[in-house]
Design a protein around this ligand. Structure first.
Ligand code: SDX
Length: 448
């Protein structure tokens, strides 16, 4: 029933050799010369291997925010920030967004290659037949207040899956890992849609096996028992493209959270719940909601200069939401596709003169012409246009990040799966630069 996962039981004995180790770096430390191996990847910068630095040199490296740190070896996604390139298993995101579809991209991320027609059919059938939730989980939703943020509901419900699906929590069993992967990909649209329905006081809509992945999600969000909901194929295609554009993105904050949680041996549902919690932050996946709220606050193009001035003012915490990226120092290729999709969807819906879209386009143009943003290489990222499309499709801003989480689940799971198969994997346990008090004796309260 499940495609071969390509992984033998237990951990792979030999690290895959897709890198070359022909160079070393020499570090002079207190008169000692340390030779550190350099690994050259198939693409991207070389890495200096410091795994022996503390044992041989007695020092740590220090890199808050991991701006210069490779935390793992991976062959899933590659980003060239300077060129604005994003590859999934070598395939450029713009080609996948145009020619592929989300479940095929899920297969590619999970198994490493584009599927044959038979493999794709088997995979899509498997996912389709796992979209329902354990009926008892409906009660779990009802424990939340109606005004709960859907992300709070998703964190809770996905974490609770480890209490409902015990037969897919053993991370050492390849088949249980496979089943957990498929259950999460399949059930996230149902969880996200039910989180939305619960917060607006409407009844849950069950998935249907005769609909594709994106159409099923739209119907579960917008159908009501009182009348049939007909999915617009153009909107379903736009929804599927948004899923594809958010599927994976190398070692971003939420993926790194999933990897760190998984390194302790935690079950897959708990690891993904941790990733959802991290994604929620406005500096990360929460930026799509924050960006649309920013465009609403700006309101009209004549107010843009004042907001650009605020974004440039180091004394003002205001930042342009949807702008800037730790890795991209060029256009985020996903934003380019998203901008084109925004024009298509709003034109189809007859709201091409949507004020927020007008503000977004002028804001982008003025920011990119401003030396501050050009010098700091701040460009629109994936979150800049996505909210405009989602709002036009009928989603409230609170649903933007849950949709991001739904899409990114396959990326989190693929990276989780890859880490479990990595012979170099051990529990993640960073050290620190300690600047607190050195040892001192306890002082009795009467002497303080
Ligand atoms: C996502 O990592 C990923 O891959 C994430 C993601 C994914 O798919 O997983 O791509 C999804 O999270 C996209 C990013 C969404 N976040 C936002 O749009 C929020 C706004 N952006 C910023 O908060 C910021 O750009 C970050 C968080 C995205 C990146 O921060 P960095 O890399 O730590 O850069 P920084 O904060 O050190 O900024 C560098 C400089 C600073 O100025 P100086 O201190 O050097 O003078 O650029 C400035 C910042 O003040 N700056 C901005 C800015 N972003 C950075 N100034 C104004 N507006 C902004 N948006």
């Amino acid at each position: 029933m499940y495609p071969r996962s390509g992984r033998t039981p237990g951990r792979a004995k030999e690290r895959k050799k897709n890198m070359t180790d022909s160079k070393t770096a020499t570090l002079s430390l207190d008169g000692k010369m340390l030779e550190l191996p350099i690994h050259s990847p198939t693409a991207g910068p070389d890495v200096v291997d410091i795994t022996k630095l503390y044992s041989q040199g007695g020092v740590f490296t220090h890199d808050p925010g991991f701006t210069s740190t490779s935390a793992c070896e991976s062959s899933i996604t590659f980003i060239d920030g300077d060129k604005g390139e994003l590859l999934h298993r070598g395939y450029p995101i713009d080609q996948l967004a145009e020619k592929s579809h989300y479940l095929e991209v899920c297969y590619l991320l999970l198994y490493g290659n584009l599927p044959s027609a038979t493999e794709l059919e088997t995979f899509e059938t498997t996912i389709t037949r796992h979209t329902m939730l354990h009926e008892q989980m409906a009660n779990f939703f009802r424990g939340f207040r109606r005004d709960a943020h859907p992300m709070a509901v998703m964190v809770g419900v996905v974490g609770a899956m480890s209490a409902f699906y015990h037969d897919s929590t053993d991370i050492n069993d390849p088949r249980q890992r496979e089943i957990a992967s498929h259950r999460l990909i399949a059930k996230m649209p149902t969880i996200a849609a039910w989180a939305y329905k619960y917060t607006i006081g409407q009844p849950f809509v069950y998935p249907r096996n005769d609909l594709d992945y994106a159409s099923n999600f739209l119907r579960m969000c917008f159908a009501v028992p009182a009348e049939e909901y007909v999915v617009d194929p153009i909107l379903a295609r736009a929804m599927d493209r948004i899923f594809t554009l958010h599927a994976d993105h190398e070692q971003n904050a939420s993926t790194s959270t999933v990897r760190l949680a998984s390194s302790s041996g935690a079950n897959p549902f708990g690891c993904i719940a941790a990733g959802i919690a991290c994604l929620w932050g406005p500096a990360h996946g929460g930026a799509n909601q924050a960006c649309l709220e920013m465009l609403e606050e700006i309101g009209s193009v004549d107010r843009i200069p004042a907001y650009i001035a605020r974004a440039k003012d180091r004394e003002d915490p205001f930042r342009l939401m949807g702008f800037g990226h730790r890795v991209y120092k060029n256009f985020d290729p996903r934003a380019t596709v998203m901008k084109k999709s925004a024009d298509e969807v709003l034109d189809l819906l007859g709201i091409e003169n949507n004020p927020k879209l007008q503000v977004a386009k002028v804001l982008e143009k003025e920011a990119l012409n401003d030396p501050y943003f050009a010098d700091k290489k701040l460009f629109p990222n994936v979150d800049f246009y996505s909210g405009i499309i989602l709002e036009a499709m009928g989603f409230p801003t609170a649903m933007f990040t849950p949709i991001f989480a739904l899409s990114r689940t396959v990326g989190w799971i693929s990276q989780w799966k890859e880490q479990l198969a990595d012979p170099a994997m051990k529990i993640g346990r960073p050290r620190q630069l300690y600047t607190g008090p050195t040892m001192r004796d306890y002082v009795d309260i009467e002497n303080r």
